[in-house]
Design a protein around this ligand. Structure first.
Ligand SMILES: Nc1ncnc2c1ncn2[C@@H]1O[C@H](COP(=O)(O)OP(=O)(O)OP(=O)(O)O)[C@@H](O)[C@H]1O
Ligand SMILES: [Mg+2]
Length: 249
């Protein structure tokens, strides 16, 4: 279980997230939506312990994030960040192996088979020896997902849920791969894991989320089942567009 208690985050002297409280439970796929600059990535980074809140705190399975050892946390959750910068000419195999080292699946001789397995799950069979920097944007994004899946391990291990956090995992993907990746996340959560994703496509968000959180201007604007949250009034208020242009009938 992940609990944020009245967290605020200041960046460069500006409060970009204000007084956010929420509790996330395994088995429920939560999707965050909101305009550019609303504070979605900042919220996710605070929830995973990547950004210290200026006020409030975050507990993961009852223990403050500050009190977790990094190594233990890396075994329990995997994070796909919004931007990925790789300074060196890594192969696909090497990029994914970073996830193996960080996570709970790092048995020494399990490597090659495991990497081939996650590459198959993201539809990149045979890509091991390719250079990451020579892949297309969507292929790179799927390699990063494979890395995260490698780190993640099973949805539940020794009775504890493992958590998957995805910041715009479908941003560069064609529609088939968008479905494929969100199906993977959904399966993880349905099997008892924890899952949180940031998406911009409101229809995809409504299709996949059990719970939809809307962030606007650094605050929670709404939180609940997609059908309750995505009202015409909210879409017009938060996104400034006519709802009839956004949602499928
Ligand atoms: N390192 C930083 N230093 C200063 N300001 C930052 C920093 N990172 C983000 N911000 C600001 O904080 C606000 C929230 O940024 P955040 O990345 O959380 O937005 P977002 O909702 O994820 O947007 P997007 O949809 O574009 O990814 C923005 O105004 C942004 O300019
Ligand atoms: Mg963002």
């Amino acid at each position: 279980m992940l609990e944020a208690d009245a967290i605020s985050v200041r960046l460069a002297g500006r409060e970009v997230l204000r007084d956010v409280s929420l509790t996330l439970v395994p088995g429920e796929f939560t999707v965050i939506v909101g305009p550019n600059g609303a504070g979605k990535t900042t919220l996710l980074r605070a929830l995973v312990g990547d950004l210290p809140p200026s006020a409030g705190g975050v507990r993961f399975d009852g223990t403050r994030l500050d009190d977790w050892h990094g190594r233990d946390l890396a075994r329990r959750r995997a994070v796909l960040s919004q931007s990925q910068h790789l300074a060196f000419p890594f192969t696909v195999h090497e990029v994914i192996a970073l996830g193996l080292r960080a996570g709970n699946t790092g048995a020494k001789n399990a490597g090659a088979g495991l990497i081939a397995g996650v590459l198959a799950r993201v539809d990149l069979v045979g890509y091991e020896a390719r250079f990451y920097q020579q892949l297309s944007g969507g292929e790179q994004q799927r390699v990063q997902l494979a890395r995260v899946l490698c780190q993640l391990g099973p949805p539940v291990l020794d009775g504890a849920a493992n958590w998957l956090y995805l910041d715009e995992p479908t941003a560069s993907l064609d529609i088939r791969h968008q479905f494929q990746i969100l199906d993977l996340a959904r399966q993880h959560v349905t099997a008892g894991g924890g899952g949180l994703a940031i998406l911009h496509d409101l229809n995809l968000a409504a299709d996949y989320a059990d719970r939809l959180i809307v962030v606007s201007g650094g605050r929670l604007a709404a939180d609940g089942p997609p059908a309750d949250v995505l009202t015409g009034a909210l879409i017009e208020d938060v996104f400034g567009v006519d709802a009839s242009r956004v949602l499928r009938a």
